[in-house]
Design a protein around this ligand. Structure first.
Ligand SMILES: [Zn+2]
Length: 269
């Protein structure tokens, strides 16, 4: 088994949400989770402190961990907005540079999914701002319809990783000729129910360990998505879970692989 790690970047600051209800909802959820005993006071307190200090970024801290263990992780940044994702395309620029300077990878977090010209403009904007090539994509909220893959192929995306599969579906080439690299575990699906944190790190680690241990000796890829905004003490269970994955795979000699390497392997076959 080899591991792909990726990070969807949905939020960078709280101020970028001055015109929507994302942060208000985040605060309300924090209190509900605390009163339901799903998180402790120290987690709630840290979360409120981060929100007040306008910091949902955590990229420096996460890059440090990814770099230390050479995880080859890919950070997906958006270049346009919807009513849930509000940072400006240019705001990602210093972060993308920092990630690439540390030998990690970047891709696009797609917003448009049913309009070729809007999708193409997100792609062009990314290439222009960040001066990159051979870029892959994961759609925000995993949005797609019957045309999305053919539009991605036409635009020239190197791969897509929007498909979610609990059955550990492996990378394949779609009818449209696009390389699809399904993913298998996502922090929000794992920890939450109805938008609220339900489980703690102990549960999440056991769940993940079970999948890793059962499949360790197989020639497959396990593709995991962790939102960078949760790499903080405000979401301590989530942060501890991701840190555990990285350290456990390192300890067990399970190799980390980048999307790029998977694409190369698939193209060689
Ligand atoms: Zn997203």
């Amino acid at each position: 088994m080899k591991i792909i790690l990726s990070h969807d970047v949905d939020n960078l600051t709280t101020k970028e949400h001055s015109k929507d209800l994302i942060v208000i909802k985040m605060i309300i959820r924090g209190f509900i989770e605390f009163f339901l005993f799903r998180i402790n006071f120290s987690t709630l307190f840290s979360r409120l402190k981060l929100i007040l200090s306008n910091n949902l970024t955590n990229i420096k801290e996460l890059v440090e961990l990814d770099k230390k263990y050479n995880t080859k992780a890919t950070y997906f940044f958006a270049t346009s907005n919807d009513n849930t994702l509000a940072y400006k395309a240019e705001a990602a620029k210093p972060h993308v540079k920092y990630i690439l300077d540390n030998n990690l990878n970047v891709g696009i977090h797609g917003i448009a999914f049913d309009n070729l010209s809007k999708m193409k403009s997100e792609y062009d904007k990314f290439i222009t701002i960040h001066q990159t090539k051979n870029i892959g994509i994961r759609m925000h909220y995993l949005r797609k319809n019957n045309d999305t893959f053919s539009y991605m192929k036409e635009i020239g995306y190197f791969f897509d990783t929007t498909e979610y599969s609990l059955d550990l579906k492996q990378p394949y080439i779609t009818e449209e000729g696009l390389i699809e690299i399904p993913f298998h575990i996502m922090d929000s699906y794992l920890f939450q129910e109805k938008g609220l944190q339900k489980y703690n790190s102990k549960y999440a680690i056991e769940y993940t360990k079970n999948i890793i241990d059962k499949n360790k000796d197989k020639d497959i890829i396990l593709n995991i998505n962790f939102h960078q905004e949760y790499f903080s003490d405000g979401w301590k269970d989530w942060k501890d879970w991701y840190t555990w994955i990285v350290q456990y795979c390192h300890k067990e000699n399970i190799e980390f692989i980048s999307y790029q390497e998977v694409v190369n392997e698939l193209s060689n076959k």
